[in-house]
Design a protein. Structure first.
Length: 469
């Protein structure tokens, strides 16, 4: 429990109505969207809750709260909108949860320089809708756009569905401000590009609440596209579709969306438009009209030369219209199932081995009833895979070990095949034991040194992201 004096002092900073302590009031801030936390709540074994939830309304209040936490050695967990899926938020009773969703002002939209500045807690969809009124777009469309905050995007190094042309969040952050564990405010980034030493924005990008509290973000914008065109192809094999994507990007074309579904996912998601024995590759081209036309023609020719077969563009429109639908975890638990998605990435030359190796090893785990994948983010140098698995058990208490085993297999097979273990959801608690595969022991030691320098008392989001030495 948090000391009652501390709760009073917090109330003096933010107003007593903005400090919540009762079980009922903090129940919606116990954890994020990580399926394991939801499963543990569903089977009634989840015990954690924050000692208090504090809702600041200004940067100065965040600073004062952090200074007080520092003086009293109180752990602090930043919370955006709680859509993280890796267990980045699991505070205990001794912890103060700082709820950034109360900081939700759109500070400025600069249509001349194409930038917009938001408080960290601004809802992603509201941010996009605000710039859309000026004929602009952020171009960052995570499936969770309506469930996540701008500060959360930065803190998890998020990726949107249109990333192939528009980049991931790190490509859009012009500058950010953050409160450090000692309460100091830093503003990082002040021009379109800098050669002013190491880029310190990256201390916060992907830090998942462990290095500082992001309080404001300026994003670079784009004009809304003049034209949009869909293309859909049946892929006779995984390799044919992957090879087409490699050739498209390496030739210099940049369709914002390129998604390739394996046969299982094609049957599940695009049944009406599927072709027996084939997967599906879906592209969205957008931009100035002349460029879209040139790109569509070039991509059609490359797809043809790789043996792909033109499909119905309605499948693309169907994806666009339904792309952000999310089932609740509880609907699945009610059916005795646990389901999760795991995104990884690799070079073009290793990606098929990675796919085959993960599918084979996860299929063999007792209790697993389905495993499949699609790709959704591609680069000149390689591509991601987004695995989905479902496991069933008669006794819901048996779901947790099967679930953790699936993750272990996916992480270890990915690392064995030379892939990166986390494409865009972050590390949290579910991937923490495997971070060594990406960073190595010396990289982990470096990360711990950075954390110790910034946060010597280990106050910010303890237990998240950084494995113990
Ligand atoms: C249905 C669904 C679909 C999703 N689709 C995508 C997708 O397409 N692409 C993608 O990248 N992700 C996706 N996600 C994951 C999630 O939405 C992102 O990770 C998102 O960026 C998290 O934002 P949030 O505001 O909800 O953060 P939270 O869940 O509140 O927090 C996430 C982590 O960041 C920290 N944090 C949050 N805000 C701050 C801050 N202001 N300062 C410091 N630390 C902070 C927290 O401590 C925590 O560790 C999806 C999630 C769901 C549930």
């Amino acid at each position: 429990m948090l000391d009652s004096d501390l709760v009073i002092q917090l109330g003096e900073i933010v107003g007593s109505g903005n400090v919540l302590t009762s079980d009922e009031d903090v129940s919606h801030r116990k954890h994020d969207y990580w399926v394991l936390s939801h499963l543990q709540s569903w089977v009634d074994v989840f015990e954690g809750r924050p000692g208090a939830v504090v809702s600041p309304h200004s940067v100065e209040e965040v600073q004062a709260v952090m200074r007080l936490a520092n003086e009293t050695s109180t752990a602090v967990v930043p919370f955006g909108l709680g859509s993280g899926v890796c267990g980045g938020v699991r505070p205990d009773q001794s912890t103060l949860l700082i709820d950034l969703s109360s900081m939700n002002q759109i500070r400025e939209i600069d249509a001349f320089n194409l930038t917009a500045t938001f408080d960290a807690g601004v809802n992603g969809l509201e941010a996009e809708e605000a710039v859309a009124e000026h004929g602009l777009t952020i171009g960052h469309w995570p499936q969770s756009i309506a469930l996540s905050s701008v500060g959360g995007w930065v803190s998890t190094r998020a990726a949107g569905q249109f990333s192939t042309a528009y980049g991931n969040i790190e490509d859009m952050v012009y500058s950010l401000d953050a409160v450090l564990p000692n309460g100091d405010l830093v503003t990082l980034g002040k021009a379109p590009r800098a050669a002013a030493g190491p880029d310190l924005r990256h201390l916060l990008l992907g830090a998942e609440g462990t290095m500082g509290i992001v309080t404001g973000v300026t994003l670079a914008l784009r004009k809304q596209p003049e034209k949009r065109q869909y293309r859909v192809f049946h892929t006779p094999s995984l390799s044919a579709g992957i090879e087409a994507q490699r050739q498209i990007l390496q030739a210099g074309w940049l369709p914002p969306v390129m998604r390739q579904y394996d046969e299982r996912e094609t049957r599940r998601t695009f049944k009406t438009w599927s072709m027996e024995g084939h997967g599906l590759l879906l592209l969205v081209h957008e931009g100035p009209e002349g460029r879209v036309e040139a790109e569509v023609n070039a991509v059609d020719a490359l797809a043809d030369s790789c043996g792909l077969i033109r499909g119905d563009e309605e499948a693309g429109i169907h994806w666009m219209e339904n792309r952000n639908h999310v089932p609740t975890w509880n609907e699945l638990f009610d059916r005795g199932l646990v389901v999760d998605t795991v995104e990884v990435s690799s070079s073009w030359s290793q990606i098929e081995d990675l796919y085959n190796s993960v599918i084979e090893s996860v299929s063999n785990i007792p209790g697993v009833v389905a495993v499949s994948a699609h790709s959704s983010h591609a680069y000149r140098t390689g591509i991601n895979l987004y695995f989905s698995f479902a496991a069933a058990a008669e006794d819901p208490m048996d779901l947790e070990p099967i679930y953790l085993d699936c993750w272990k297999h996916i992480m270890e097979k990915t690392a064995e095949c030379g892939g990166g273990i986390a494409h865009h959801h972050g590390i949290g608690r579910v991937r923490k034991p495997y971070l060594v595969h990406d960073l190595g022991e010396s990289g982990l030691a470096l990360l711990r040194s950075v954390k110790d320098a910034l946060d010597p008392k280990g106050l910010l989001n303890p237990g998240n992201l950084i494995p113990d030495a």
